[in-house]
Write a protein of this length. Structure first.
Ligand code: P6P
Length: 339
């Protein structure tokens, strides 16, 4: 199908603006800032290999500029794009210990949105040319506009998100996001720098045959997880399932949403809350999963019901096709009853 017959992300934002109860145009400008930043990060991610080849990685590039780690660079790109459009009053990032207060020249602290972001998740995969992603979560501030943003504006339950999405820098670059009216995916045509609606109304298949987990941690997993993995591997009915683990949450999630599957990052011996962060990894992915008919929990409780207490807190994460997550939760409950 020729590009000119496909809807662009820009046209989609305009068309859907009325769906969005906060449609003052500010939100569309916020998503446009994310769209622009993702294109810049996409360019940097795709030339990272070149940087390695011509030996500039780690020191200075051919222009004599300091070569930055890509996740630090991606963080700066998103923060700059968001700060300069006077649509957010605060940003919290995986790369920053504390949240960033944004005071815009034009309206001071009157912007009503806060963004939480993992600017380049899975960045350790860059060196081995495996796909990585950006994950973002958007809330309305809960404190009075006009005053500086506060920590409580960020420590909101996932159920209060007004939008969430990810960028997957893979064999193609895609933006997938929800504003609570379903999930839509847009693919970048790099020759034009335009995102086109390629995956309308994405749905998690209710069943799946793929499980994604780092089995290297098996010995340290809770017994309920061990029992679920053995269930996945048993010769029975539609099993054994297939194990697929990229080591990049966005990529594993994206494949599972298209093909059906479950992603697990459980707690384990020396990590009682697992590895993934609640606010800028699990909540946004949970919002997308639920909007696509899937499910996301910590093995017992809905991720988006968890009351956050810290900016960078971790939670165990079970996310994907509804029946698969429910089966995993069943094994977790059975094990909990025994304790
Ligand atoms: P492990 C990347 O660091 C990440 O946050 C996710 O993208 C990925 O799924 C997970 O951690 C990989 O962690 O411990 O299996 O290497």
């Amino acid at each position: 199908m020729a590009e000119q017959s496909l809807q662009t992300l820009g046209e989609f934002l305009i068309e859907k603006q009325d769906d969005f109860q906060y449609s003052t145009g500010e939100f569309s400008r916020l998503l446009s800032a994310i769209r622009l930043a993702s294109k810049v990060v996409n360019r940097e991610v795709n030339k990272a290999g070149i940087a390695d080849i011509i030996g500039v990685a780690g020191k200075t590039n051919i222009q004599g500029e300091a070569q930055q780690k890509l996740d630090v660079l991606a963080n700066e790109i998103f923060i700059t794009a968001l700060s300069q459009r006077e649509v957010v009053c605060g940003i919290a990032s995986e790369e920053n210990d504390d949240y960033i207060e944004i005071k815009s020249a034009a309206n001071g602290h009157l912007s009503k949105y806060v963004v939480l972001i993992d600017p380049l998740d899975g960045s350790s995969n860059i060196d081995v040319n495996v796909s990585v992603g950006t994950i973002f979560s958007i809330y309305r501030r809960v404190t009075e506009p006009g005053n500086p943003v506060e920590l409580k504006d960020f420590l909101q339950k996932g159920s209060a998100q007004i939008a969430a999405g990810y960028v997957v820098y893979g064999s193609s670059t895609m933006i997938v996001y929800t504003t609570g009216n379903g999930v839509n995916g847009f693919t970048l045509d790099p020759s034009l720098g335009t995102y086109y609606l390629s995956h309308p109304k994405m749905q998690f298949p209710s069943e799946g045959k793929i499980y994604s987990v780092n089995e290297g941690n098996y010995i340290k997993f809770p017994q309920g997880v061990k029992n679920y993995l053995k269930y996945c591997q048993m010769m029975e009915g539609d099993r054994p399932y297939t194990s697929r683990y990229i080591g990049s949450l966005v990529s594993d999630f994206h494949r599972n949403m298209i093909k059906g599957g479950i992603y697990l990052y459980p707690s384990y011996a020396n990590a009682p809350n697992g590895k993934l962060r609640l606010l800028y990894e699990c909540n946004p992915m949970a919002f997308i999963a639920e909007q696509a008919g899937g499910k996301a929990s910590n093995g017992f409780e809905r991720i988006m019901d968890i009351e956050p207490t810290e900016l960078h807190q971790r939670v165990p994460f079970f996310c994907g096709s509804r029946t698969m997550v429910e089966k995993a939760e069943e094994f977790m409950r059975m094990d909990a009853v025994k304790d």
